[in-house]
Design a protein. Structure first.
Lengths: 123, 239
Protein backbone atom coordinates (compact mmCIF):
# COMPACT_ATOMS: atom_id res chain seq x y z
CA UNK A 1 0.00 0.00 0.00
CA UNK A 2 1.37 3.38 -1.04
CA UNK A 3 0.04 6.81 -0.19
CA UNK A 4 0.59 10.13 -1.89
CA UNK A 5 -0.49 13.40 -0.28
CA UNK A 6 -1.11 16.64 -2.05
CA UNK A 7 -2.46 19.98 -0.83
CA UNK A 8 -3.52 22.72 -3.21
CA UNK A 9 -5.21 26.11 -2.78
CA UNK A 10 -9.01 25.83 -3.05
CA UNK A 11 -9.04 27.63 -6.36
CA UNK A 12 -10.19 26.39 -9.80
CA UNK A 13 -6.69 27.05 -11.21
CA UNK A 14 -5.42 23.95 -9.43
CA UNK A 15 -7.93 21.45 -10.70
CA UNK A 16 -5.69 20.63 -13.68
CA UNK A 17 -2.83 19.75 -11.38
CA UNK A 18 -4.81 17.26 -9.33
CA UNK A 19 -6.54 15.86 -12.44
CA UNK A 20 -3.17 15.15 -14.08
CA UNK A 21 -1.72 13.77 -10.87
CA UNK A 22 -4.72 11.49 -10.42
CA UNK A 23 -4.43 10.25 -14.01
CA UNK A 24 -0.73 9.59 -13.62
CA UNK A 25 -1.17 7.72 -10.36
CA UNK A 26 -4.08 5.76 -11.83
CA UNK A 27 -1.91 4.73 -14.78
CA UNK A 28 0.62 3.25 -12.36
CA UNK A 29 -2.09 1.69 -10.21
CA UNK A 30 -3.27 -0.46 -13.12
CA UNK A 31 -6.61 1.12 -13.86
CA UNK A 32 -7.93 0.67 -17.39
CA UNK A 33 -7.87 3.53 -19.89
CA UNK A 34 -11.64 3.85 -19.50
CA UNK A 35 -11.37 4.03 -15.72
CA UNK A 36 -8.54 6.58 -15.89
CA UNK A 37 -10.58 8.86 -18.12
CA UNK A 38 -13.57 8.47 -15.82
CA UNK A 39 -11.37 9.30 -12.85
CA UNK A 40 -10.19 12.51 -14.49
CA UNK A 41 -13.82 13.60 -14.81
CA UNK A 42 -14.61 12.47 -11.26
CA UNK A 43 -11.71 14.41 -9.73
CA UNK A 44 -12.84 17.54 -11.61
CA UNK A 45 -16.35 17.09 -10.33
CA UNK A 46 -15.31 16.37 -6.73
CA UNK A 47 -12.98 19.37 -6.65
CA UNK A 48 -15.77 21.57 -8.01
CA UNK A 49 -18.15 20.29 -5.33
CA UNK A 50 -15.67 21.08 -2.54
CA UNK A 51 -14.85 24.60 -3.68
CA UNK A 52 -18.26 25.56 -5.07
CA UNK A 53 -19.36 27.25 -1.89
CA UNK A 54 -16.45 29.57 -1.28
CA UNK A 55 -13.77 29.28 -3.89
CA UNK A 56 -10.36 30.75 -3.21
CA UNK A 57 -10.19 30.33 0.54
CA UNK A 58 -8.25 27.63 2.34
CA UNK A 59 -6.90 24.45 0.81
CA UNK A 60 -8.04 21.15 -0.60
CA UNK A 61 -5.99 18.16 0.45
CA UNK A 62 -5.93 15.00 -1.61
CA UNK A 63 -4.70 11.64 -0.42
CA UNK A 64 -4.19 8.85 -2.91
CA UNK A 65 -3.98 5.34 -1.50
CA UNK A 66 -2.86 2.69 -3.96
CA UNK A 67 -3.79 -0.87 -3.07
CA UNK A 68 -3.70 -4.12 -4.97
CA UNK A 69 -7.34 -4.08 -6.03
CA UNK A 70 -8.26 -0.43 -5.65
CA UNK A 71 -7.25 3.17 -5.74
CA UNK A 72 -8.76 5.44 -3.08
CA UNK A 73 -8.80 9.19 -3.51
CA UNK A 74 -9.75 11.19 -0.47
CA UNK A 75 -10.44 14.87 -1.10
CA UNK A 76 -10.87 17.11 1.91
CA UNK A 77 -12.34 20.54 1.44
CA UNK A 78 -11.64 23.85 3.11
CA UNK A 79 -13.50 24.73 6.29
CA UNK A 80 -17.06 25.74 5.54
CA UNK A 81 -17.74 23.78 2.38
CA UNK A 82 -21.21 22.28 2.68
CA UNK A 83 -21.79 18.52 2.68
CA UNK A 84 -22.57 17.37 -0.86
CA UNK A 85 -26.21 16.79 -1.64
CA UNK A 86 -26.80 13.19 -2.62
CA UNK A 87 -29.70 14.14 -4.83
CA UNK A 88 -27.59 16.59 -6.87
CA UNK A 89 -26.53 16.08 -10.45
CA UNK A 90 -22.87 16.22 -9.35
CA UNK A 91 -23.46 13.25 -7.04
CA UNK A 92 -25.17 11.30 -9.83
CA UNK A 93 -22.14 11.99 -12.02
CA UNK A 94 -19.68 10.92 -9.31
CA UNK A 95 -21.45 7.65 -8.58
CA UNK A 96 -21.45 6.77 -12.28
CA UNK A 97 -17.76 7.57 -12.75
CA UNK A 98 -16.17 5.61 -9.91
CA UNK A 99 -16.84 2.33 -8.22
CA UNK A 100 -17.81 3.91 -4.92
CA UNK A 101 -18.32 7.41 -3.52
CA UNK A 102 -18.89 8.37 0.06
CA UNK A 103 -18.75 11.53 2.09
CA UNK A 104 -18.08 12.46 5.68
CA UNK A 105 -18.28 15.65 7.65
CA UNK A 106 -15.98 16.01 10.65
CA UNK A 107 -17.28 17.56 13.90
CA UNK A 108 -15.35 20.68 12.90
CA UNK A 109 -17.41 20.88 9.71
CA UNK A 110 -14.74 19.72 7.29
CA UNK A 111 -16.10 17.73 4.36
CA UNK A 112 -14.30 14.74 2.88
CA UNK A 113 -15.19 12.98 -0.35
CA UNK A 114 -13.87 9.48 -0.84
CA UNK A 115 -13.69 8.10 -4.38
CA UNK A 116 -12.79 4.47 -4.95
CA UNK A 117 -11.76 3.14 -8.34
CA UNK A 118 -11.34 -0.57 -8.97
CA UNK A 119 -8.20 -2.05 -10.42
CA UNK A 120 -8.68 -4.54 -13.22
CA UNK A 121 -8.48 -8.05 -11.82
CA UNK A 122 -6.19 -9.75 -14.32
CA UNK A 123 -3.46 -7.10 -14.34
CA UNK B 1 -26.40 10.30 -61.11
CA UNK B 2 -25.41 13.93 -60.66
CA UNK B 3 -27.61 14.74 -63.64
CA UNK B 4 -30.52 13.00 -61.96
CA UNK B 5 -29.80 14.83 -58.74
CA UNK B 6 -29.70 18.22 -60.45
CA UNK B 7 -33.03 17.54 -62.15
CA UNK B 8 -34.79 16.81 -58.85
CA UNK B 9 -35.94 19.35 -56.36
CA UNK B 10 -33.92 19.46 -53.14
CA UNK B 11 -35.79 18.10 -50.14
CA UNK B 12 -37.91 15.61 -52.04
CA UNK B 13 -37.53 11.96 -51.10
CA UNK B 14 -36.22 11.06 -54.57
CA UNK B 15 -33.56 13.75 -54.26
CA UNK B 16 -32.60 12.48 -50.79
CA UNK B 17 -32.33 8.92 -52.08
CA UNK B 18 -29.98 9.78 -54.91
CA UNK B 19 -27.98 12.11 -52.67
CA UNK B 20 -27.55 9.31 -50.13
CA UNK B 21 -26.48 6.90 -52.87
CA UNK B 22 -23.91 9.41 -54.12
CA UNK B 23 -22.54 9.85 -50.60
CA UNK B 24 -22.21 6.11 -50.19
CA UNK B 25 -20.58 5.64 -53.59
CA UNK B 26 -17.88 8.22 -52.80
CA UNK B 27 -17.12 7.14 -49.24
CA UNK B 28 -14.01 5.22 -50.38
CA UNK B 29 -12.59 8.55 -51.54
CA UNK B 30 -13.09 9.95 -48.02
CA UNK B 31 -11.46 6.89 -46.44
CA UNK B 32 -8.56 7.20 -48.85
CA UNK B 33 -7.99 10.87 -48.01
CA UNK B 34 -8.51 10.30 -44.25
CA UNK B 35 -5.82 7.60 -44.25
CA UNK B 36 -3.29 10.13 -45.46
CA UNK B 37 -3.80 12.01 -42.20
CA UNK B 38 -4.15 9.00 -39.93
CA UNK B 39 -0.60 9.10 -38.54
CA UNK B 40 -1.06 12.55 -37.01
CA UNK B 41 -2.64 11.53 -33.73
CA UNK B 42 -6.33 11.61 -34.54
CA UNK B 43 -8.28 8.34 -34.81
CA UNK B 44 -9.11 7.34 -38.36
CA UNK B 45 -12.83 7.04 -37.58
CA UNK B 46 -12.99 10.66 -36.51
CA UNK B 47 -11.17 11.76 -39.67
CA UNK B 48 -13.54 9.76 -41.84
CA UNK B 49 -16.44 11.38 -40.05
CA UNK B 50 -15.28 14.95 -40.70
CA UNK B 51 -14.16 14.02 -44.22
CA UNK B 52 -17.68 12.78 -44.91
CA UNK B 53 -19.00 16.20 -44.02
CA UNK B 54 -16.69 17.58 -46.71
CA UNK B 55 -18.00 15.01 -49.15
CA UNK B 56 -21.61 15.97 -48.47
CA UNK B 57 -20.77 19.65 -48.96
CA UNK B 58 -19.06 18.79 -52.24
CA UNK B 59 -22.06 16.79 -53.48
CA UNK B 60 -24.39 19.67 -52.68
CA UNK B 61 -22.20 22.20 -54.44
CA UNK B 62 -21.15 20.18 -57.46
CA UNK B 63 -22.25 21.54 -60.81
CA UNK B 64 -21.92 18.99 -63.55
CA UNK B 65 -22.15 21.65 -66.28
CA UNK B 66 -18.74 23.01 -65.33
CA UNK B 67 -17.17 19.90 -66.76
CA UNK B 68 -15.04 18.75 -63.83
CA UNK B 69 -14.71 15.18 -62.64
CA UNK B 70 -16.50 14.88 -59.30
CA UNK B 71 -13.45 13.46 -57.54
CA UNK B 72 -11.32 16.39 -58.73
CA UNK B 73 -13.92 18.76 -57.38
CA UNK B 74 -14.53 16.94 -54.07
CA UNK B 75 -10.95 16.20 -53.00
CA UNK B 76 -10.05 19.76 -51.88
CA UNK B 77 -13.34 20.05 -49.95
CA UNK B 78 -12.79 16.75 -48.15
CA UNK B 79 -9.16 17.56 -47.37
CA UNK B 80 -10.26 21.04 -46.30
CA UNK B 81 -12.65 19.61 -43.70
CA UNK B 82 -10.03 17.21 -42.38
CA UNK B 83 -7.47 20.01 -42.11
CA UNK B 84 -9.99 22.21 -40.38
CA UNK B 85 -10.54 19.43 -37.86
CA UNK B 86 -6.83 19.53 -37.02
CA UNK B 87 -6.74 23.31 -36.96
CA UNK B 88 -9.77 23.56 -34.66
CA UNK B 89 -8.31 20.97 -32.36
CA UNK B 90 -4.86 22.38 -32.06
CA UNK B 91 -2.93 21.40 -29.01
CA UNK B 92 -3.99 23.37 -25.95
CA UNK B 93 -0.43 23.26 -24.77
CA UNK B 94 2.67 22.84 -26.87
CA UNK B 95 3.34 19.12 -26.99
CA UNK B 96 6.67 17.83 -28.23
CA UNK B 97 6.53 15.92 -31.49
CA UNK B 98 7.86 12.76 -29.85
CA UNK B 99 4.89 12.78 -27.48
CA UNK B 100 2.40 13.49 -30.24
CA UNK B 101 3.70 10.44 -32.07
CA UNK B 102 3.69 8.31 -28.94
CA UNK B 103 0.15 9.56 -28.29
CA UNK B 104 -0.92 8.25 -31.67
CA UNK B 105 0.72 4.87 -31.02
CA UNK B 106 -0.92 4.64 -27.60
CA UNK B 107 -4.34 5.38 -29.11
CA UNK B 108 -3.78 2.73 -31.76
CA UNK B 109 -2.52 0.14 -29.26
CA UNK B 110 -5.44 0.92 -26.95
CA UNK B 111 -7.92 0.19 -29.74
CA UNK B 112 -6.18 -3.03 -30.75
CA UNK B 113 -5.94 -4.29 -27.19
CA UNK B 114 -9.57 -3.38 -26.45
CA UNK B 115 -10.63 -5.72 -29.22
CA UNK B 116 -8.28 -8.42 -28.11
CA UNK B 117 -9.10 -8.28 -24.39
CA UNK B 118 -12.75 -7.35 -24.82
CA UNK B 119 -12.26 -4.60 -22.25
CA UNK B 120 -10.33 -1.38 -21.98
CA UNK B 121 -6.59 -2.12 -21.50
CA UNK B 122 -4.39 -0.81 -18.70
CA UNK B 123 -1.39 1.47 -19.35
CA UNK B 124 0.86 -1.42 -18.30
CA UNK B 125 -0.60 -3.63 -21.02
CA UNK B 126 -0.17 -0.83 -23.57
CA UNK B 127 3.41 -0.22 -22.42
CA UNK B 128 4.23 -3.90 -22.86
CA UNK B 129 2.60 -3.97 -26.28
CA UNK B 130 4.60 -0.96 -27.48
CA UNK B 131 7.85 -1.74 -25.68
CA UNK B 132 7.84 1.53 -23.73
CA UNK B 133 7.56 2.35 -20.02
CA UNK B 134 4.32 2.93 -18.09
CA UNK B 135 5.55 6.47 -17.44
CA UNK B 136 5.77 7.13 -21.14
CA UNK B 137 2.26 5.81 -21.67
CA UNK B 138 0.98 7.99 -18.81
CA UNK B 139 2.69 11.00 -20.37
CA UNK B 140 1.23 10.22 -23.77
CA UNK B 141 -2.28 9.85 -22.30
CA UNK B 142 -1.84 13.21 -20.67
CA UNK B 143 -0.79 14.84 -23.92
CA UNK B 144 -3.71 13.22 -25.74
CA UNK B 145 -6.00 14.74 -23.14
CA UNK B 146 -4.37 18.14 -23.67
CA UNK B 147 -5.93 18.51 -27.08
CA UNK B 148 -8.15 21.55 -27.12
CA UNK B 149 -11.78 20.65 -26.54
CA UNK B 150 -13.14 23.71 -28.31
CA UNK B 151 -14.51 22.19 -31.45
CA UNK B 152 -16.34 18.94 -30.98
CA UNK B 153 -19.58 19.83 -32.60
CA UNK B 154 -19.26 17.44 -35.50
CA UNK B 155 -22.67 15.92 -35.40
CA UNK B 156 -22.97 12.31 -36.35
CA UNK B 157 -25.95 10.74 -37.96
CA UNK B 158 -27.57 9.01 -35.03
CA UNK B 159 -30.97 7.52 -35.55
CA UNK B 160 -32.60 8.72 -32.32
CA UNK B 161 -34.78 11.74 -32.64
CA UNK B 162 -34.19 14.71 -30.36
CA UNK B 163 -37.54 14.12 -28.69
CA UNK B 164 -36.60 10.53 -27.84
CA UNK B 165 -33.28 11.43 -26.30
CA UNK B 166 -34.59 14.35 -24.37
CA UNK B 167 -37.59 12.46 -23.06
CA UNK B 168 -35.42 9.62 -21.76
CA UNK B 169 -32.89 11.98 -20.22
CA UNK B 170 -35.63 13.99 -18.59
CA UNK B 171 -37.05 10.84 -17.08
CA UNK B 172 -33.62 9.73 -15.90
CA UNK B 173 -33.18 13.03 -14.10
CA UNK B 174 -36.26 12.39 -12.00
CA UNK B 175 -35.21 12.83 -8.40
CA UNK B 176 -32.12 14.84 -9.23
CA UNK B 177 -32.10 18.20 -7.57
CA UNK B 178 -31.69 21.32 -9.68
CA UNK B 179 -33.60 19.40 -12.33
CA UNK B 180 -35.35 22.60 -13.31
CA UNK B 181 -32.14 24.59 -13.58
CA UNK B 182 -30.51 21.75 -15.52
CA UNK B 183 -33.21 21.71 -18.16
CA UNK B 184 -32.24 24.87 -20.05
CA UNK B 185 -28.57 23.79 -19.92
CA UNK B 186 -29.42 20.37 -21.31
CA UNK B 187 -31.46 22.01 -24.04
CA UNK B 188 -28.26 23.67 -25.28
CA UNK B 189 -26.59 20.32 -25.86
CA UNK B 190 -26.80 18.69 -29.24
CA UNK B 191 -28.47 15.37 -29.77
CA UNK B 192 -25.31 13.33 -29.60
CA UNK B 193 -24.07 15.05 -26.43
CA UNK B 194 -27.40 14.30 -24.73
CA UNK B 195 -27.24 10.70 -25.86
CA UNK B 196 -23.69 10.27 -24.52
CA UNK B 197 -24.65 11.90 -21.22
CA UNK B 198 -27.63 9.60 -20.89
CA UNK B 199 -25.62 6.48 -21.76
CA UNK B 200 -22.71 7.21 -19.44
CA UNK B 201 -24.49 8.52 -16.37
CA UNK B 202 -27.87 6.84 -16.45
CA UNK B 203 -27.57 3.70 -18.58
CA UNK B 204 -24.21 2.64 -17.15
CA UNK B 205 -22.37 2.27 -20.45
CA UNK B 206 -18.58 2.53 -20.29
CA UNK B 207 -16.81 5.10 -22.45
CA UNK B 208 -15.59 2.33 -24.75
CA UNK B 209 -19.08 0.89 -25.11
CA UNK B 210 -20.44 4.31 -26.04
CA UNK B 211 -17.61 4.73 -28.54
CA UNK B 212 -18.47 1.43 -30.20
CA UNK B 213 -22.18 2.19 -30.18
CA UNK B 214 -21.75 5.60 -31.81
CA UNK B 215 -18.86 4.67 -34.09
CA UNK B 216 -16.42 7.22 -32.67
CA UNK B 217 -13.24 6.84 -30.62
CA UNK B 218 -13.18 6.45 -26.84
CA UNK B 219 -10.94 9.53 -26.67
CA UNK B 220 -13.63 11.49 -28.48
CA UNK B 221 -16.29 10.25 -26.02
CA UNK B 222 -14.07 11.30 -23.14
CA UNK B 223 -13.62 14.80 -24.58
CA UNK B 224 -17.33 15.22 -25.21
CA UNK B 225 -18.16 14.13 -21.65
CA UNK B 226 -15.61 16.56 -20.29
CA UNK B 227 -17.01 19.40 -22.36
CA UNK B 228 -20.60 18.58 -21.36
CA UNK B 229 -19.78 18.36 -17.64
CA UNK B 230 -17.94 21.68 -17.71
CA UNK B 231 -20.90 23.22 -19.51
CA UNK B 232 -23.40 21.92 -16.95
CA UNK B 233 -21.22 22.80 -13.97
CA UNK B 234 -20.60 26.37 -15.13
CA UNK B 235 -24.25 26.78 -15.96
CA UNK B 236 -25.33 25.64 -12.51
CA UNK B 237 -22.82 27.81 -10.71
CA UNK B 238 -23.81 30.77 -12.83
CA UNK B 239 -27.50 30.42 -12.19
Amino acid sequence: MNTIDLAVPAHPDYVGLIRSTAAHIAAHANLTIDAIDDLRLAVDEAFAVLIAHKPDSGAVTIRFTIQAERLDIELTGPVGSPAPDKTSFAWTVLTALVHEVSTQTSPAGIVTLLLTAKVVASA
Amino acid sequence: MFEQLAALEAGTSEHEKIRAALIERHLPLVTFMARKFAHRGEPLDDLIQVGTIGLIKAIDRFEISKGFEFSTFATPTIVGEIKRHFRDKTWAVRVPRRLQELGASVTKASNELSHKLDRSPTPKEIAKHLGVTVDEVAEALESNAAYSTVSLDVTSDTSTSIADTFGALDEALEGVEYRESLKPLLAQLDDREKRILQMRFFDNFSQSQIATELGISQMHVSRILNKVLIHLREGLVGS
